[in-house]
Design a protein around this ligand. Structure first.
Ligand code: DAK
Length: 258
């Protein structure tokens, strides 16, 4: 598939996906969702990529939500089809075995925030604006927002953001626990790259196990989740990275994970 609504590049084992609809503030239309879906499917089979970064083209917007023109005159059945595709894509994104970073360069609204929340880490420009404004359209978040937002910030904050549909700035979003880092707009690309590069040098098997434990845990009782953690901890010993990490520590050297 040749992409036009997303730009995909890979450098030093970091794959960057840029949403490329600057004139519509990178809103997600059906074509963009289909391209993203294909790209995420390919990434799940890509052994070379160690980290994924998602961002938006331009200075103004990460993703200003779903493309609202899509909602006009659509039958509920066709809306359902598109929304299931988006949900499926975000679930696959969340399930990638490698770390995924949302680099939020501006408006991050509705489906855009839902996509960012399906990523593992979120770094934002201080100019970023974040929100779930669906209620203003007579809608609710439809791509995982009611669930992922309340898990990230708690039910009270999630209800505040979803019921009132107000936007918050990056610093406030960070104080909610919704964003990991806030940096200046000029530094966003470089700071994102620093984090991504650091992750490419990490032990990929252990990173995968940590992601699995954190993502699966909330679906289980605490005791079952802790038991799963122990199993995944033990599984790490099946990988050469543990030997490398432990030996490097004992020799007071930096580990060189393969
Ligand atoms: N959809 C389509 N076009 C959009 C857009 C959007 N979400 N957001 C902005 N644009 C377009 C504007 O129409 C305008 O186009 P032109 O008039 O130049 O042709 C251009 O981008 C620049 O926007 P503005 O002129 O409005 O720029 P401002 O700086 O004045 O305002 C803004 C920026 C982000 C505050 C404003 O554009 C805005 O409020 N945008 C809408 C935000 C929003 O409500 N987002 C959608 C939430 S609903 C689903 C998938 C996901 C979901 C549900 C279903 N399916 C796949 C079915 C989730 C739902 C949502 O995301």
């Amino acid at each position: 598939m040749t992409y036009s609504n997303i730009i995909v590049t890979t450098e030093n084992r970091i794959t960057t996906i840029k949403i490329n609809r600057e004139k519509a503030l990178n809103a997600l239309n059906e074509k963009t969702i289909n391209e993203l879906s294909e790209c995420v499917k390919n990434l799940s089979k890509d052994a070379d990529t160690k980290v994924v970064v998602i961002t938006g083209v331009g200075q103004k917007s990460f993703i200003a939500g779903a493309d609202i023109t899509m909602f006009e005159g659509k039958a509920p059945t066709s809306i359902r089809e598109i929304i299931l595709k988006l949900q499926e894509t975000l679930n696959k994104l969340e399930d990638l075995s490698i770390p995924v970073i949302a680099s939020i360069n501006g408006y991050c609204l509705g489906g855009g925030l839902e996509l960012a929340m399906a990523c593992d880490l979120r770094i934002a420009s201080e100019k970023a604006i974040v929100g779930q404004p669906e209620i203003k359209l007579g809608l609710i978040p439809g791509a995982g927002g009611t669930q992922r937002l309340s898990r990230l910030v708690g039910a009270g904050r999630a209800k505040e953001m979803i019921f009132l549909g107000g936007n918050v700035d990056a610093k406030t979003a960070k104080s909610f626990g919704l964003i990991n880092w806030v940096v200046s707009a000029e530094d966003l690309e470089e700071e994102t790259l620093k984090i991504a590069t650091r992750l490419t040098k990490g032990p990929s098997f252990a990173l995968n196990m940590a992601k699995e434990a954190i993502n699966r845990g909330p679906e289980m009782s605490l005791l079952d989740a802790i038991r799963m953690e122990a199993e995944l901890f033990a599984l790490c010993f099946s990988h050469e990275d543990v030997k490398e990490g432990v030996e490097a520590f004992l020799k007071k050297q930096k580990p060189n994970f393969k």
